[in-house]
Write a protein that binds this ligand. Structure first.
Ligand code: SF4
Length: 251
């Protein structure tokens, strides 16, 4: 589908999304696209809620995750429990071996702490490149972004056009609060990462994630040594360094 058609479809789906429940947003998104739809789960609580919705509705959406090689043991645990609970397979995408060896040789095993550019280089090899493989050939991408996670994410919308990957991305719980997600997980007995109960709200790689003190913003536990406006790993960022929006003319 051409970029103008994708933009027009994104506008239409955004108009409809306000009136739909998250499972119906997922259903409408899949029905509007002709090709594969991939849900990349980080296994955090938002994504666990979406997994529950997809599996519960029996939607034809592929499950994928990016195993960076630096995840917490608790993340592998919830991954296994999720597959067992829902009878699904979450396909892992790993960093390229040669690229990872070159990265570590160049900047050391924890070189990402030295500078933002070193951190972005690590995220590029361990996350962005595997994501490109996970989404190769897909026409739709599901993500667990919420508007109130950060100022940057609040500027997005339910459906955005990812011009670099030539697909549409749906954030089905974009308008949910953290409290709604937690309540949904609790009432549906959804498996969640044990770290959420220890002050970790947003969970990524182990060396780049810390627990939060009460009242700290949700994304404060990620790359806490960096300035707030640099805290994206590249997964949801356009080639110009900005977060991808529904209509690139807004950017
Ligand atoms: S979050 Fe940290 S360890 Fe994970 S890929 Fe990015 S820099 Fe590397």
């Amino acid at each position: 589908m051409s970029a103008p058609l994708l933009l027009s479809l994104a506008d239409r789906l955004n108009g409809e999304a306000n009136k739909l429940s998250p499972p119906d947003r997922l259903r409408a998104f899949g029905a509007a696209l002709s090709g594969r739809v991939v849900f990349t789960t980080s296994l955090g609580i938002e994504d666990q809620a979406i997994t529950h919705m997809i599996a519960g509705a029996g939607l034809e959406i592929e499950f994928a995750t990016l195993d960076t090689g630096r995840l917490f043991p608790e993340t592998y645990d919830v991954w296994a429990r999720t597959e067992e609970r829902y009878g699904i397979t979450i396909r892992p995408f790993y960093p390229d071996t040669a690229a990872t060896e070159a990265l570590v040789a160049r900047q050391g095993i924890n070189g990402f702490c030295a500078a933002t550019e070193a951190r972005k280089a690590c995220c590029e090899v361990r996350k962005v490149q595997p994501l490109a493989r996970a989404l190769k050939g897909a026409s739709g991408w599901i993500a667990g972004l919420r508007a109130d996670q950060s100022e940057h994410r609040g500027a997005l919308s339910f459906v955005t056009h990812d011009s670099a990957r030539e697909l549409l991305k749906l954030s089905p719980i974009f308008d949910w609060t953290r409290e709604q997600v937690v309540e949904f997980a609790r009432t549906n007995d959804i498996p969640v990462n044990a770290l959420h109960g220890k002050g970790f709200l947003s969970i990524g790689c182990a060396p780049c994630t810390r627990a939060l003190a009460p009242g700290e913003p949700e994304r404060a536990g990620r790359w806490w040594w960096e300035q707030e406006d640099k805290k994206e790993c590249g997964l949801h960022v356009a080639p110009d360094g900005r977060l991808a929006r529904a209509n690139m003319s807004e950017a």
